[in-house]
Design a protein around this ligand. Sequence first.
Ligand SMILES: Cc1cc2nc3c(=O)[nH]c(=O)nc-3n(C[C@H](O)[C@H](O)[C@H](O)COP(=O)(O)OP(=O)(O)OC[C@H]3O[C@@H](n4cnc5c(N)ncnc54)[C@H](O)[C@@H]3O)c2cc1C
Length: 509
Amino acid sequence: MNKPLEIVIVGGGTAGWMSAAGLVGVLKPDQVKVRLVESDDIGTVGVGEATLPQMREFNDRIGIVESDMMRKTNATFKLGIEFRDWGFKGSSYVHPFGAHGRPLGGVGFHHQWTRARLAGRAADIGDYSYAITASRRNRFDFPATDKTAVNSTYDYAYHFDAGLYARYLRGWCEARGLTRTEGKVMEVRLDPTSGDVAAIVLESGEVITGDLFIDCSGFRGLIIGGALNGPFEDWTRWLPCDRALAVPTERSEDFTPYTRSTALEAGWQWRIPLQHRTGNGYVYSSSFISDDEAITRLMGNLDGAPLMDPKPIRFKSGRRTASWTRNCIAVGLASGFLEPLESTSIYLTQVAVLTLLDLLPRRPIDPVLAEEFNRVVDNEYDRVRDFLILHYKANNRTDSELWRHCREMEVPDTLREKMALFGHRGHIAQYKDGLFSPPSWLSVFVGQGVLPTGYHPMADSLPLPAVLEEMEALRTRISDRVDAMPSHADFVRDYCAGEAPLKAMGAGA
Ligand SMILES: Cc1cc2nc3c(=O)[nH]c(=O)nc-3n(C[C@H](O)[C@H](O)[C@H](O)COP(=O)(O)OP(=O)(O)OC[C@H]3O[C@@H](n4cnc5c(N)ncnc54)[C@H](O)[C@@H]3O)c2cc1C
């Protein structure tokens, strides 16, 4: 029988512990031996609190119980992201986890909506989305399983405390036999013949060898960027934000089942409601505002008392040219970073972990597996990149230099073509793999003011009055059904209240 593959994970942030959980949750001890090294002195980046619905697939795959995880991470529900002041100052739209309407007359709903809009007869497109209507009214319930029901047309994700999530996964992994070592990696040794990573050396002098090294050391990319000197593709020319300030505030009364992103003069501010506090931050471009001005702007724009001083973080948007290089796989921030506008980092970590499970190597590692891994991961990064750039490119703000700059910048051809197709007649080019699906593109196109001048000719197969009647009936059905939902706060209290928040909410003992 083969000896188990020895896997060493460097880093105990969200990426490190998700990698560990994926490996020990799915594979057997006679297949892999996993060891994780992390340094309490260095700590984690300490942000990353909003997720995507795909995370539920990850948790299900490894057997995490939702209510237990939510209770222990003070989590709340997320139906989408509200974008305030993005299209223009005073505007607001929600990118929902779910559809707008349903097909009518053999074409996507948005073609009929465009037809009604061009006739001056359409309501806000958000009124035809269950997730958006529920978000606007601060309601939450699980989607119905009956696929014909109007309240089955959405999905949900979580907001959680990233530190508690990493701690939760750590307990979960240790209960399944994972070895964790606290210690600082001081040196990465390469095999002089093959150039592969042979071992890491800790401050204590301990030398840890392995077959495969997973670099989850955060922005520093200790192995991939350090010892292996892996190149990094810089995307700052399209995504100019390079700094962030993060500050938690006291829990607010406005307990939204969605993340809020508010565009500011030199970037944007996030707001993420958790059970015990609200996470806030300002993502900005240092070319357009000083750090001191950014602090003043953020601290003056909070809806609760700050619980600490803002924490500064520097980053560069882009990704490694090859996340899997030799016998090292970079996961999480070590592999790349795209600003958190659409909460995609944890998703990208999940993709890396699940792709590694699909391509799990044997000794010696065949480079063909690395090639396939990099193809999958690169594709995911590139898709997210284009979607994020759309938010910046399609803006009508005139108040500051950053927004003028973004409106005028050249964008990747892949995005330019997508924008042209949608603007022409609402066509959303669909791809098989990767984020994001047509409903996501639709919400951001329309929200940012990219409105089609035409629609699919098949839409005309139904008379306009019949379409308008159907649209109005849908709007009313959604509205009535949403009114019958519990409030987000009540739902969280009854389903997954953490101990401290439960007391604060005046329920339980
Ligand atoms: C401003 C901002 C907001 C974000 N918001 C979101 C969001 O809403 N949603 C989302 O999905 N993602 C978000 N992210 C991304 C998210 O934070 C990361 O994807 C996630 O935290 C994973 O980080 P990581 O584990 O790769 O790195 P880190 O958290 O930095 O962990 C690195 C680990 O490596 C260890 N380490 C480093 N060097 C050594 C060494 N020499 N020896 C031993 N150990 C070492 C550290 O101790 C630590 O344990 C955000 C990121 C930023 C910057």
